[in-house]
Design a protein around this ligand. Structure first.
Ligand code: DQA
Length: 142
């Protein structure tokens, strides 16, 4: 079974109560369950993780690169400024899809820059938890 790592950056552990008008009311655990359900449908094993720590996420990207694992990645705020995360994501060879719950391009200007987009096969933004499911669907049909 194909394994897909779904990695989540800082503050996404606060979903459910965090700025619900922007991010909705689903918790990260509920989003994980949606991904696992989608994974069952698409024949994928989902390895879902979140960290607020840049170094931990860099370690996970190294792990995915070494194992040639496909990554669905919501880097959260790291999207907009972390060159270290970008450099680690550049090591990935199996594939990378960037996802966001909101559409950063429709928000504040500082969110318009992504250090990750240029490395990703594609970016899916603005569909809430469905952004993740759509990313898994894109992998399944690729
Ligand atoms: C986010 C968008 C980012 O700008 C923000 O910093 C986040 C969440 C999203 O999923 O919409 O934390 O990645």
């Amino acid at each position: 079974m194909r394994k897909v790592m779904v990695l989540n950056g800082p503050n996404l552990d606060q979903l459910g109560t965090r700025e619900t008008e922007i991010y909705g009311t689903l918790t990260l655990g509920e989003i994980e369950n949606l991904c696992i359900e989608a994974g069952e449908k698409f024949g994928m094993e989902i390895d879902f993780r979140q960290s607020n720590d840049e170094a931990v996420i860099i370690g996970w990207l190294h792990e995915a690169a070494a194992a040639k694992t496909f990554v669905v990645f919501n880097p959260a705020a790291f999207t907009h400024y972390s060159i270290a995360i970008r450099d680690a994501a550049a090591l990935l060879s199996a594939g990378l899809i960037e996802v966001h719950l909101s559409n950063p391009l429709a928000r504040e200007e500082f969110r318009h820059t992504s250090f990750i987009s240029g490395l990703a096969q594609g970016t899916i933004s603005g569909f809430g938890a469905q952004s993740y499911v759509l990313a898994l669907q894109a992998i399944a049909s690729s």
